[in-house]
Write a protein that binds this ligand. Structure first.
Ligand code: ZN
Length: 146
């Protein structure tokens, strides 16, 4: 059963989240909070030359929000900022519409079952909304002392 497999992946990532640590040399970071469920996370992103070279997070939340953050960090490495934002749109579409599941989403398709539970959509998208604010924030140029 394909849905059992999906559930297994979500459970695995919620119990053993990947890239779950702070990052000292992150170039961007943002905080996310989902008051409906109490999910909280802090996201660290390292962007070099418009490429997302590293992503990590810390936080506490339900199984869905933790698994989503974990799978998101795995999906983003090596993507450009623009590709990352496009993936966000596709993921949002997967959760909120009845469109056919896009294979571009890779492992992220495991969340397609969430579309049947509108109350959990915010859990699954929390990490992604946080990513958007991290990537959208303008970088401050280092102040020149010359
Ligand atoms: Zn939640």
């Amino acid at each position: 059963m394909v849905h059992d497999l999906y559930q297994e992946i979500i459970l695995d990532h919620s119990k053993r989240p990947r890239n779950c640590h702070s990052m000292a040399d992150a170039t961007r970071q943002a905080d996310g909070y989902n008051p409906l469920c109490g999910d909280k996370l802090k996201l660290y992103v390292k962007v070099e030359n418009e490429i997302v070279v590293d992503v990590s997070f810390v936080g506490s939340g339900c199984a869905i929000s933790t698994a989503s953050a974990s799978l998101m960090t795995e999906s983003l490495k090596g993507k450009t900022r623009e590709e990352a934002l496009k993936l966000l749109d596709k993921f949002h579409e997967l959760l909120t519409t009845d469109t056919a599941v896009s294979q571009d989403l890779g492992k992220l398709v495991v969340f397609c079952g969430v579309r049947d539970y509108p109350a959990r959509v915010k859990c699954a998208t929390l990490a992604w909304h946080t990513l958007k604010s991290a990537l959208s924030a303008e970088l401050k140029e280092p102040v020149s002392t010359e």
